[in-house]
Design a protein around this ligand. Structure first.
Ligand SMILES: O=C(O)CCC(=O)c1ccccc1C(=O)O
Ligand SMILES: [Mg+2]
Length: 355
C-alpha cells in the first residue's frame, strides 16, 4: 500500500454552524498489484507495493474532525495497518481501494459489484444518481440567489446550511429560498446548532414552507430530542449522530426519518451500504453524501449511492467546492445528476494518471 498526502483548498469556505470548512487534507491510497482480492489484513507490507507498476486499486482517506479521526490519527492507522471503527477515514481509504481492485479484477463497475455483494438484493446498480446543490450560510438575499442559481443549473433538490445565525434570520433565509425555488425539494442542515425549543419552532416553520427534512437539528448526542421532533410535518435527518452511534442505535431510538451517510465518516463503502439497508429495513430513507472529498472518495460515494435502490437526491455535488483536485472529475454534475463513469472499478480508464 502506498500513501500520498494531499491538501486541497476550497474555492470559497463552506460556512456551517460549526464554522467554515476551508481545506481538505488527506491521503490517496494505492493498493499494490496482486493484492486486490486477497482481503488480507497484512496486505500493506511495503515489498508488495507495486512501486514499479500501476496500482490495482485506489482509495482515499480524508479525515474531517467532528465526523472522523484527526489527520495524525488517520496517518498512524494507515501506517500501522490497523484502521478500525475509531479511524473511519483510514478504514475508508483501505476499504475503497480493495473494493476498487476487486471490481477491476472482476471487470465490473464498482457499483455493480457493491450491488451484487451488498445488503440489497439487487443485482444491478443505477447508471446515474440525482444530487442536491449545497448552499452555505449567507444573507437571505444571498441564499435566495444561490438557490435560484442551483435550480437554473438543473438541480431539483437544494440543501441550505442553517444554524450559523439567529433562528429568526434563518427563517427569513429559508422563506427566501422557497420563494426563489417554489418547486424544488428543499432541505436544511443545522449541523447540531439548535436547542430543543429552537429546533421545534424552526421545524414548524419549515414544515409550512414544505421543506423535506432538516439535517441534525439538535446536537449529535440528543437522540431522544431528535425522536421528539419527528412527526411535525418535516423529516428529521441525522448526520453527526452517526459518528458516535451506529445506524441501528439511531433507528432503534426512532431518532431519524433520513440517515445522512458519509462513507468517509462511516468507515467505507461497505459500512455505508449496511447503514442504508438498516435505514430501509426500519422504514427510513438514506442519502449518501461526502465530507467534501477529493475525486476518488467522491466517486466511491457515487458508486455507493448507485447501489442503493431508488436513492433520493444525494449530497455528492461537492466537487465544485474544491479549488483543485487530484484528477479531472470523471463524473461531473449535469442537470442535477451524476452519471456513473463507464468502465470497471471507480472510473474505467479515466483515473489512469492516479494508479
Ligand atoms: O450534503 C451535502 O449537500 C454536502 C455535504 C455537506 O453538507 C457536508 C460537507 C462536509 C462536512 C459536513 C457536511 C454536512 O452534511 O454537514
Ligand atoms: Mg450534515
Amino acid at each position: 500500500m502506498r500513501l500520498e498526502r494531499f491538501s486541497l483548498r476550497l474555492t470559497d469556505p463552506l460556512e456551517t454552524a460549526n464554522g467554515p470548512i476551508e481545506a481538505r487534507e488527506g491521503f490517496l491510497v494505492r493498493l499494490g498489484r496482486g493484492r486486490g482480492d486477497s482481503g488480507d489484513d497484512n496486505s500493506d507490507d511495503s515489498d508488495d507495493d507495486g512501486a514499479d507498476g500501476p496500482a490495482s486499486g485506489l482509495g482515499e482517506a480524508t479525515p474531517l474532525p467532528g465526523w472522523t479521526e484527526s489527520l495524525d490519527d488517520c496517518r498512524a492507522a494507515l501506517d500501522d495497518g490497523t484502521p478500525d471503527a475509531t479511524t473511519p477515514a483510514a478504514r475508508h481509504g483501505v476499504s475503497l481501494a480493495r473494493a476498487d481492485a476487486d471490481a477491476r479484477a472482476a471487470d465490473e463497475r464498482l457499483c455493480d459489484r457493491l450491488a451484487a455483494e451488498g445488503p440489497f438484493d439487487s443485482a444491478e446498480a443505477a447508471d446515474a444518481v440525482p444530487v442536491n446543490a449545497t448552499v452555505g450560510d449567507g444573507t437571505p438575499r444571498e441564499t435566495a440567489d444561490a438557490t435560484h442559481d442551483a435550480v437554473e443549473k438543473g438541480f431539483d433538490a437544494v440543501k441550505i446550511k442553517v444554524g450559523a445565525r439567529e433562528a429568526a434570520e434563518d427563517e427569513q433565509r429559508l422563506r427566501a429560498a422557497r420563494d426563489a425555488a417554489p418547486d424544488a425539494e428543499l432541505r436544511a442542515d443545522a449541523n447540531g446548532a439548535w436547542d430543543r425549543e429552537t429546533a421545534r419552532e424552526m421545524l414548524d416553520s419549515v414544515a409550512d414552507l414544505g421543506f423535506a427534512y432538516v439535517e441534525q437539528p439538535l446536537p449529535a448526542e440528543d437522540l431522544s430530542g431528535l425522536a421528539s421532533l419527528r412527526g411535525r410535518g418535516v423529516g428529521v435527518g441525522v448526520d453527526e449522530s452517526l459518528a458516535s452511534h451506529s445506524a441501528r442505535e439511531v433507528l432503534a431510538a426512532d431518532a431519524a426519518d433520513v440517515l445522512v451517510l458519509k462513507p468517509m465518516a462511516l468507515g467505507g463503502p461497505d459500512r455505508a451500504l449496511d447503514a442504508a439497508r438498516a435505514a430501509r429495513d426500519a422504514g427510513a430513507d438514506a442519502v449518501v453524501t461526502t465530507t467534501i472529498d477529493a475525486v476518488v472518495a467522491r466517486l466511491g460515494a457515487l458508486h455507493v449511492a448507485a447501489a442503493v435502490p431508488d436513492v433520493r437526491a444525494c449530497g455528492l455535488a461537492t466537487g465544485s467546492l474544491l479549488a483543485d483536485d487530484l484528477a479531472p472529475d470523471p463524473a461531473p454534475v449535469r442537470d442535477g445528476a451524476m452519471a456513473v463513469p463507464e468502465g470497471t472499478g471507480l472510473a474505467g480508464d479515466a483515473l489512469n494518471s492516479l494508479y
